[in-house]
Design a protein around this ligand. Structure first.
Ligand SMILES: *[C@@H]1O[C@H](CO)[C@@H](O)[C@H](O)[C@H]1NC(C)=O
Length: 225
């Protein structure tokens, strides 16, 4: 069968469009942070204008990442953060995605940074509203504090092995998390951020293709908040 030239060109254009809109990352890191470990450092922290957040892990972000450990960032300058698009989500974001940066803020600078640096890199899959909504839904799905408490790991200032923390989360979710530590003012290694890997549709948890550098001692503090 002979393929007429116009049809061939049309087919090629379709192919090109499909390639250029396909997502150009391999998976997401869903990152939660322990506020006690953000605040007890040399840098310290500032509670948001809405008041001290709950003593729970807070969302840091949903970050497109590549299997080789690299990640895309600031992918679309034509898609600025627009809070009017997520007005319905703001009360939940204030509760679950609180800013701790100084000076004290209402969260919008934090969410703007997360959207513009990371969110714009998964726009082919999630628009601005679904990016934030999906991230909030993941937080509901993965209750890290509940999981750790269930395994006797409490934010009581005690020291726990990284293996026991990783194991508790693996047992509860089916997947091994990444653990990132920082240090408090006395240089104790402590539980700072937990990375859960999610597929490119931001629907299912997956085994991480690659883990972030952990910087943890083998036993780490879980400070109160
Ligand atoms: C946001 O997520 C909720 C689930 O918590 C879902 O029911 C709702 O449809 C989503 N909203 C939009 C606009 O997609």
């Amino acid at each position: 069968m002979k393929c007429p030239l116009p049809l061939l060109i049309l087919l090629l254009l379709h192919l090109l469009a499909a390639v250029s809109t396909a997502q150009d990352f391999d998976f997401f890191y869903f990152v939660q942070q322990w506020p006690g470990s953000y605040c007890d450092t040399k840098r310290s922290c500032c509670y948001p204008k809405t008041g001290k957040p709950a003593a729970d892990f807070g969302i840091h972000g949903l970050w497109p990442n590549n299997n080789d450990g690299s990640y895309p960032s600031n992918c679309d300058p034509d898609s600025p953060y627009d809070q009017s698009k997520i007005r319905d989500l703001i009360p939940t974001m204030q509760a679950k995605w609180p800013t701790l940066a100084c000076p004290s803020g209402d969260g919008s600078a934090f969410w703007k940074h997360e959207w513009e640096k990371h969110g714009t890199c998964s726009e082919s899959i999630l628009n601005q509203h679904s990016y934030f909504n999906t991230t909030l839904n993941l937080k509901k799905q993965v209750d890290l504090l509940g999981i750790l408490r269930g395994a006797g790991i409490e934010p009581d200032g005690g020291f726990y092995s990284v293996d026991s923390i990783t194991g508790a989360i693996r047992d509860a979710t089916g997947f091994t998390p990444g653990i990132e530590c920082n240090v408090d003012e006395s240089s104790n290694s402590q539980l700072y951020q937990i990375y859960i890997c999610v597929d490119t549709n931001a629907g299912d948890l997956i085994e991480c293709p690659v883990y972030p550098r952990s910087k943890c001692s083998s036993r780490i503090e879980f400070p109160p908040f």
